[in-house]
Design a protein around this ligand. Structure first.
Ligand code: EPZ
Length: 439
């Protein structure tokens, strides 16, 4: 297995360049299945999740070609002859569940494994299933699979309210509705930039969609969609992560540039709260300049659907609070138990306690390097961040979680002044017990 080894204490002097968005690339890939022919997506990051989803798509019949150097991915969806997403792949990545909408939209039938739990809780898919039923699908659960079919081979369309609002369910329902027989309506739809960029790509393919970026999306189904060439958006979570790295590991008073992101996708809460910590941020078109102050002020945050503070940035904010002078809280209103990074940050010396969905951080304690364990993608990057400012060496184990969503992180950080490298290691395994003697 791989680990990242960070020798803390060297300031981040930038610049850091933001790559293509993981959470937009995946639905764009799913959208390609709706058209008979080859669609191309540019600015696709070379990530484990992109490769996993390519394999999920290949199982159904299409050909997926990825040029990681050029960050270009093609999906030839001329043939879809096996509308199935198997457990072995879906369990690796929840977003594989987008195959439900894509296959229902294209083929009117789908057999997609239920994703199961994830590191921080159950994460249900009831809204995806109930929404698909509301749009006219017959749905059965068989041996861990969702087996869906549209009577007559095509969804009718319908109306469905998402409660709570869900990124994934909005995407799945859009995938199904754009090729339905009739009109559809999604209420309390997700307004995340990932959903908007994906919906705009569908519009380019010929889909009729109104209300993207608002709480109510209306769709008029069409008979056919055409293949497209879509440019993936910059990754807003990578951008926010880099800004928080600059805010914590930058030398006080020295500006660090974060390039090629789309700061309008960060949401206003993130910008406002970061400003309140005393960090100076200048927002330019392609460059955001972040300057760490001498002293960080503690600012409490609460996650919320876009344009609120992204749950995918709360672990990184926790590290900032660990360095601030005073006490503040992180409340996650999207997930009840997304705090697997907390015990690991405690090992590095951060003073945190968790009560329900709120973490309280008493900042200002010195951080010291240690061996810590990645448990999920954003937790992993928070551990790297903490290692960058800790005294001594931090070993972040099981870095495969991080490889799901950050392309070349250690190369990017090394080029920006951080002492970090990747090493292989053996994980200690309990020895097999001696077989019992059978008389
Ligand atoms: C997306 O997950 C992102 N993943 C997540 O990013 C992100 O944390 C999340 O949105 C919230 O912003 C991708 O885009 C691939 P949801 P998704 O459905 O779509 C509840 C990362 O780190 N819910 O918007 O699965 C759910 O439990 C990842 O990159 C139901 O109750 O999230 C949660 O409380 C991790 N029933 C809330 O809705 C459902 O059927 C929002 O989840 C579906 C969701």
């Amino acid at each position: 297995m791989d680990k990242l080894v960070v020798n803390g204490g060297s300031p981040l002097d930038g610049p850091l360049t933001v790559g293509g968005s993981k959470n937009t690339a995946l639905p764009l890939m799913a959208a390609a299945l709706l058209a008979d022919g080859t669609s191309r997506i540019t600015n696709v990051p070379d990530l484990r999740d992109v490769r996993t989803f390519s394999n999920v798509i290949r199982v159904a019949g299409p050909t997926v070609t990825f040029d990681p150097g050029a960050h270009t991915l093609s999906v030839d969806a001329s043939t879809i002859d096996h509308p199935v997403a198997p457990y072995d792949l879906v369990k690796k990545m929840r977003a594989s569940f987008y195959m439900l909408g894509a296959l229902m939209g294209r083929c009117g039938e789908a057999k997609v494994s239920l994703p199961g739990g994830c590191a921080w809780g159950p994460r249900p898919v009831d809204l995806h299933i109930d929404g698909m039923k509301a749009f006219g699908a017959d749905v059965e659960l068989e041996e861990g699979y969702v087996v869906a079919s549209a009577p007559g081979g095509r969804l009718e369309g319908g109306s469905f309210r998402l409660e709570p609002s869900s990124v994934g369910a909005t995407i799945n329902l859009l995938l199904g509705a754009v090729r339905a027989e009739g009109p559809s309506r999604i209420e309390n739809a997700a307004m995340e930039p990932d959903v908007v960029a994906f919906g705009e790509a569908l519009q380019d393919m010929g889909a009729q969609i109104d209300g993207l970026g608002t709480r109510t999306i209306e769709i008029q189904g069409v008979d056919q969609l055409s293949p497209t060439t879509a440019r993936n958006t910059p990754d807003r979570i990578e951008m926010g992560t880099f800004m928080l790295m600059a805010a914590t590991a930058g030398a006080p008073g020295d500006p660090v540039e974060v390039r090629d992101g789309a700061h309008e996708h960060l949401g206003q809460d993130f910008k406002d709260w970061l400003g309140q910590t005393g960090v100076d941020v200048e927002y330019g078109d392609d460059v955001v300049t972040v300057t760490r102050p001498d002293e960080l002020r503690p600012v409490s945050i609460e996650t919320a659907p876009y344009p609120g503070f992204a749950t995918d940035l709360q672990a990184q904010w926790t590290v900032l609070l660990g360095l601030a002078n005073g006490t503040a809280t992180v409340t996650d209103t999207i997930y009840d138990d997304r705090f697997k990074h907390v015990p690991e940050l405690q090992r590095l010396g951060v003073d945190i306690s968790v009560d329900g969905n709120t973490a309280t951080v008493h900042g200002g304690q010195p951080l010291r390097g240690a061996q810590v364990m990645s448990t999920d993608l954003r937790a992993s990057v928070s551990l790297v961040m903490a290692g960058m400012v800790a005294e001594g060496t931090t070993h972040v184990l099981r870095v495969y979680h991080l490889d799901r969503g950050y392309e070349d992180l250690e190369e990017k950080l090394r080029a920006a002044g951080i002492d970090i490298h990747r090493e292989e290691y053996e994980e200690f395994q309990e020895p097999e017990p001696e077989p019992e003697e059978i008389a």
